[in-house]
Design a protein around this ligand. Structure first.
Ligand code: PHE
Length: 346
């Protein structure tokens, strides 16, 4: 019978269809307004009555079968598409995650925080001042008049403004702090910041960081300086650390000293780091010169004081055991990532 072969034809076409669009085209061809089944149903009226009935039943059955076959094919295609999408979009939960790079504190920042902490606990206040400084504060007020040979020790960067330099040391903060204190006692400050000198080799960079300390009160002596420095040395390099003061010269202190700590690497027995001496120089210090006290508005007959200046890059170099200071400012991630993790308290 004709309707049976039509159904076979429809099923074969559906089987070959691989998309919703192809199935839809088949539906239109058979069941659409001008579809073959639709046309056949429409033609029933022209048939003799006895034929019309059985033919009508067969065509209606065919239409239902075709509709069922079409919707089951659509279901099957939908299921196939879902499976394909699942396979395509599969997430492998066992893949390692993407670890974000975590920023770390710069070694100089770590050292700065540690040192500032020690002094804040001892009752010092923190002050800050300009990096572009006048010749008066940077040199003259500190007993370094023009043509003073000590100015050569700190080869300066000059700026376009006459009478101004990039400060070569944090010592101008001694004068600024005394002025701000207006004669009150005690003066007990630290000042950390960048300083600039025309220097560039493995142990000098043109910009580095100093921490200045200044104490002024009645009856301040060398013992106060030594005690403070010993405490600082131990905070930086461990409780076994010893210090040593060697006579030196700075125009703004008298007497003056270079201060060494026992080598953090060999603890004094001598090694490559300390060039077999057992000692490492870390700072300059001394008793504040009478002229400097006067320039700050204090009477050297009434008060005395001590001061020192510490290079933080040098401390970082000793503490972290690297031998080229320039590494600190080249911003090589491979270098910097080794520090500032904090698990050793650093
Ligand atoms: N300002 C001196 C320097 O930069 C260090 C220093 C500070 C020395 C305070 C004595 C007192 O070399």
């Amino acid at each position: 019978m004709e309707t049976a072969s039509w159904l076979e034809e429809i099923q074969a076409a559906l089987q070959a269809a691989s998309s919703w669009g192809e199935v839809e085209a088949i539906r239109v061809a058979w069941l659409g307004r001008r579809g073959r089944i639709t046309e056949a149903l429409r033609g029933l009226g022209r048939l003799p009555a006895e034929e019309r009935r059985s033919r009508g039943q067969a065509l209606n059955a065919l239409r239902q079968a075709a509709e069922a076959a079409i919707s089951s094919r659509l279901e099957a295609l939908k299921a196939e598409a879902e499976l394909a999408a699942l396979a395509r979009e599969r997430l492998d939960m066992s893949w390692p995650g993407v670890v974000p790079r975590v920023g770390r504190l710069h070694p100089v920042t770590r050292v700065r925080q540690l040192v500032e902490d020690v002094f804040l606990r001892m009752g010092f206040s923190m002050v800050g001042g300009p990096e572009v400084e006048s010749l008066w504060y940077n040199f003259e007020a500190l007993n370094m008049p023009e043509n003073h040979p000590a100015r050569d020790m700190q080869d300066s960067f000059f700026v376009n403004v006459p009478g101004m330099v990039l400060r070569t040391q944090t010592s101008p903060m001694q004068i600024r702090a005394m002025e701000a204190a207006q004669g009150r006692l005690p003066v007990r400050i630290i000042a950390t910041g960048r300083v600039y000198r025309r220097d560039d080799d493995a142990t000098h960079v043109p910009m580095f960081t100093q921490m200045e300390a200044l104490v002024i009160d009645r009856e301040i002596g060398m013992a106060d300086l030594k005690g403070t420095l010993l405490l600082l040395g131990r905070a930086l390099f461990g409780p076994e650390t010893q210090i040593r003061l060697r006579p030196s010269y700075f125009p703004f202190t008298e007497p003056s000293a270079e201060v060494d700590v026992t080598c953090a690497n060999c603890h004094g027995s001598g090694c490559r780091v300390c060039k077999e001496t057992g000692w490492l120089e870390i700072l300059g210090a001394g008793m504040v010169h009478p002229t400097v006290l006067r320039n700050g508005g204090y009477d050297p007959d009434q008060v005395s004081g001590f001061a020192f200046g510490l290079g933080l890059e040098r401390v970082a170099m000793i503490r972290y055991r690297f031998d080229d200071l320039r590494l600190l400012y080249q911003n090589d991630w491979r270098f910097l990532q080794q520090f500032g993790r904090g698990e050793d308290g650093w």
